[in-house]
Design a protein around this ligand. Structure first.
Ligand code: FEA
Length: 156
């Protein structure tokens, strides 16, 4: 049997970079996850359930770490737009939690739809909203990048 070629649904590029390594590194993890999901080859029912549980676990872990990281840095930077950005995160979390709850209630987990949802989030939120928000940090007055560094050190 021919081995399926690995295709990058999303290729990481500068287009996604917000200029802060800590955040970019976390975003890269989501890009890797989406590419993995896109390349997943379905197995039997037991293997599929295991795979879906693994995806759910990785997504929850990502959400817990990433949004806390971003929101802490945003608060430290004191740039306008925090509330709207946090709301966008909350909407994303609700969609993910709804999909997980449906799955736990016995509905089929639509891997294709979930992959597409995450891909669209990367193209909209990461490439636009995160980039725009964290891009402002580069043009902050002198004392603010210092605050950012402090906040980032606490994160690490
Ligand atoms: Fe504002 Fe970052 O959040 N992106 N993710 N996921």
């Amino acid at each position: 049997m021919m081995k399926k070629e690995y295709t990058e649904l999303i290729k990481w590029s500068d287009r996604f970079s917000c200029g802060i390594k800590l955040i970019d590194d976390q975003h890269k993890e989501l890009v890797i996850l989406v590419n993995e999901m896109f390349n997943h080859v379905a197995g039997n029912e037991i293997q599929e359930n295991e795979y879906i549980n693994e995806i759910i676990h990785k997504t929850i872990k990502y959400i817990k770490i990433h949004f806390v990281t971003e929101e802490k840095l945003m608060l430290a930077a004191k740039i306008p737009g925090y509330a709207a950005h946090k709301k966008a995160h909350a909407r994303f979390i609700i969609t993910v939690v709804d999909a997980i709850n449906d799955y736990n209630a016995g509905k089929r987990f639509n891997l294709y739809a979930f992959t597409k949802f995450l891909k669209e989030w990367i193209l909209s939120h990461i490439a636009l909203m995160d980039k725009q928000y964290f891009g402002q940090i580069k043009i902050l007055p002198a004392e603010k990048p210092g605050q950012m560094r402090l906040a980032m050190q606490k994160q690490l």
